[in-house]
Design a protein around this ligand. Structure first.
Ligand code: NCD
Length: 305
């Protein structure tokens, strides 16, 4: 039985298979409409979510399956003090596959020890978020036609932003990829991402402070929200929250084929005036997340179409 805890659980070949499957779902949705008939997905969200939970649920419905779960840990027995392991052991009696989001790093790994069904990490604390990366990969593939030979700028909260950590891990395996890490000093990418992911892969990167200076060389600009809920010091959050704001003015120096991605939700880091720019791909990215989650559910449930 396979789980998805970390994007590195899948090889580059498997990621391409998921992309190919998602592209086929987009082309022929009817073919997939009953592929998960009689199957149940549990969505266990101990932390807030809009896109991830709803796109998982929409994905399962579009495959003909059903969904159960909770969107707030305080409505579940976690509020009575139940452990993650016990909750998972029970839910795996009711569902065929589980997508879970938890504020504690490593909670989905703990879940795999007591489950009889595949576990999907839908975000664990400030650690990683592999299914967002699936959405990101399909978006880059559809928008730019390739996943290699790209200069990718990641901007904002590179410390607590779990989507950033998973995207760096995934993209470090493609040839000719280079990262421009744009953040305030306090929100630099964690040491383990540099030492255990980028350095061993030999992927070139620079750490800079200025978005404006980086802009002209980027093929992808991945904007992120400053992760307020992960700060222990709210004054520091207030000081850093508007470190970067993407505006139409700043977009003027970007390449014509550059694409702006953002996992969403956006707070203030992209002006709404950028939304009309054809290079703004973040809402298309949210739609792509549903297709990749459909492909993922099929893979983990070993459904052949
Ligand atoms: C992200 C997350 O939860 O990490 N949201 C999402 O799943 N699309 C990004 C964020 O919350 O900033």
């Amino acid at each position: 039985m396979r789980h998805l805890l970390d994007i590195m659980d899948f090889s580059v070949v498997e990621l391409q298979e998921l992309i190919d499957c998602a592209m086929d779902i987009i082309a022929q949705p009817k073919k997939y409409a009953e592929t998960c008939h009689g199957k149940k997905l549990a969505t266990l969200f101990f932390e807030p979510s809009t896109r991830t939970r709803l796109s998982f649920e929409a994905a399962m419905y579009e495959l003909g399956g059903n969904v159960l779960g909770f969107s707030d840990g305080s409505n579940s027995s976690a509020a009575k003090g139940e452990s993650v392991s016990d909750t998972i052991e029970v839910v795996s009696c009711y569902a065929d596959i589980i997508a879970m989001r938890h504020p504690k790093e490593g909670a989905p790994l703990v879940a795999t020890r007591r489950t009889g069904v595949p576990i999907i990490n839908a975000g664990d604390g400030g650690h990683c978020h592999p299914t967002q990366t699936l959405a990101d990969l399909l978006t880059i593939h559809r928008e730019l036609g390739r996943l290699d030979h790209l200069t990718i700028g990641l901007c904002g909260d590179l410390k607590f932003g779990r989507t950033v950590h998973s995207l760096i891990a995934a993209m470090s395996r493609y040839e000719g990829v280079r990262f421009v890490l744009i953040s305030p000093e306090e929100l630099r990418v964690p040491g383990y991402v540099i030492n255990e992911i980028m350095e061993p892969a030999g992927v070139p990167y620079v750490e800079v402070r200025s978005l404006e200076e980086a802009m002209p060389e980027l093929d992808v600009l991945y904007m992120t929200r400053i992760q307020r809920e992960r700060f222990t010091n709210q004054e520091e959050y207030m000081r850093l929250k508007d470190s970067y704001v993407l505006t139409p003015e700043k977009m003027k120096t970007a390449k014509q084929e550059m694409r702006v991605l953002h996992p969403l939700p956006r707070v203030n880091e992209i002006s709404v005036a950028v939304d009309d720019d054809p290079r703004a791909a973040y809402f298309r990215q949210a739609l792509n997340g549903k297709y990749m989650r459909m492909a993922l559910i099929l893979k983990l449930l070993e459904v052949t179409v």
